[in-house]
Design a protein around this ligand. Structure first.
Ligand SMILES: NC(=O)c1ccc[n+]([C@@H]2O[C@H](COP(=O)([O-])OP(=O)(O)OC[C@H]3O[C@@H](n4cnc5c(N)ncnc54)[C@H](O)[C@@H]3O)[C@@H](O)[C@H]2O)c1
Length: 269
């Protein structure tokens, strides 16, 4: 007897490399680390990338590097604490990658309130304003991709990171609401959640972590950062960029409102 035929999971779309030809992608925090890797990955897929950062020199170097590789990256110098400008910058964007971030490691009782406010502004309120600025165009064309670079700290807490953990947990909620509202307009919204990635943000926190935990700096990597990771290495920015790229593929069109964890097994505990 012939078994009943089962239709393919994603219609007739074969697996294919990412093609973002004709699309505009905005990446925040694109001057360095993960943002730079995302900008280069999306440019390699054919997108015109609007690279947003407050670091003008970093953006210039990114744009030159992208040009050498044949990609189109347009630098847009902007401090994301200027929320109105952030919202404006997101107009006419097809792919939005909310990535910019900063970190301060301090016990709660010593945490400066103005830094708490800045972290929440850049890492939660700016993504809200960027999404708000991007949605009219995405809804108008019935297609859009929002990728929020969250962290394991969007799902788990660590001591001494009150602002960062609060902002990332908030970003997870914002991302899910965008997924629910965007679904009927062809817009997906997801988080990617790396463990520790080899970037300046991590290098800069080695001394802070050593002081907060009362151990020498050379022990921070093994005893603090990689303690809960089953895979004992840092993640490379390009690995995170690949997860961001996956969420922009046609094969990921049913993936929304979720968190793609890339943590070497940290949250498996
Ligand atoms: N590095 C890690 O281990 C790690 C792990 C998980 C998640 N993340 C997240 O990945 C994202 C990128 O982190 P990274 O490690 O590449 O950091 P990074 O410090 O290398 O890059 C962050 C970028 O954000 C920019 N930025 C900061 N404040 C800004 C502002 N007010 N306006 C405009 N730009 C601003 C910086 O100039 C910088 O280019 C962050 O959201 C971070 O929380 C990082």
């Amino acid at each position: 007897m012939t078994p009943p035929s089962i239709p393919p999971a994603h219609g007739s779309t074969p697996p294919s490399p990412l093609d973002l030809g004709g699309r505009t992608a905005l990446v925040t925090g694109a001057a360095g680390g993960i943002g730079r890797a995302c900008a280069l990955r999306l440019a390699a897929a054919g997108a015109k990338v609007r690279a947003v950062d407050r670091d003008a020199a970093g953006l210039e170097s990114l744009a030159e590097h992208a040009q050498d590789l044949g990609g189109a990256v347009e630098p847009h110098v902007l401090d994301l604490t200027d929320l109105a400008a952030a919202e404006q910058a997101a107009a006419d964007t097809d792919v939005l990658v909310n990535n910019a971030g900063l970190q301060l490691v301090r016990p709660l009782e010593e945490f400066p309130p103005d830094t708490f406010h800045t972290v929440l502004t850049v890492m939660l309120e700016a993504p809200f304003r960027l999404i708000r600025g991007a949605l009219p165009h995405m809804y108008g064309q019935g297609w859009g991709r929002i990728v929020n670079v969250s962290s394991v700290h969007g799902l788990r807490a660590s001591a001494f990171k009150s602002a960062y953990v609060a902002a990332k947990h908030g970003l997870e909620g914002l991302s899910k609401v965008a997924a629910l509202e965007g679904a009927s307009h062809g817009v997906t919204s997801n988080c990617v959640n790396p463990g520790y990635v080899r970037t300046p943000l991590v290098e800069k926190q080695l001394a802070d972590q050593a002081r907060a935990h009362g151990i020498p700096e050379e022990r921070v990597l093994a005893e603090v950062m990689l303690q809960d990771s089953a895979v004992k290495r840092l993640i490379e920015p390009e690995e995170v960029a690949e997860a961001v790229a996956y969420l922009c593929t046609p094969q990921a069109s049913f993936v929304t409102g979720t968190s793609l964890v890339i943590d070497g097994g940290w949250t498996a505990h």
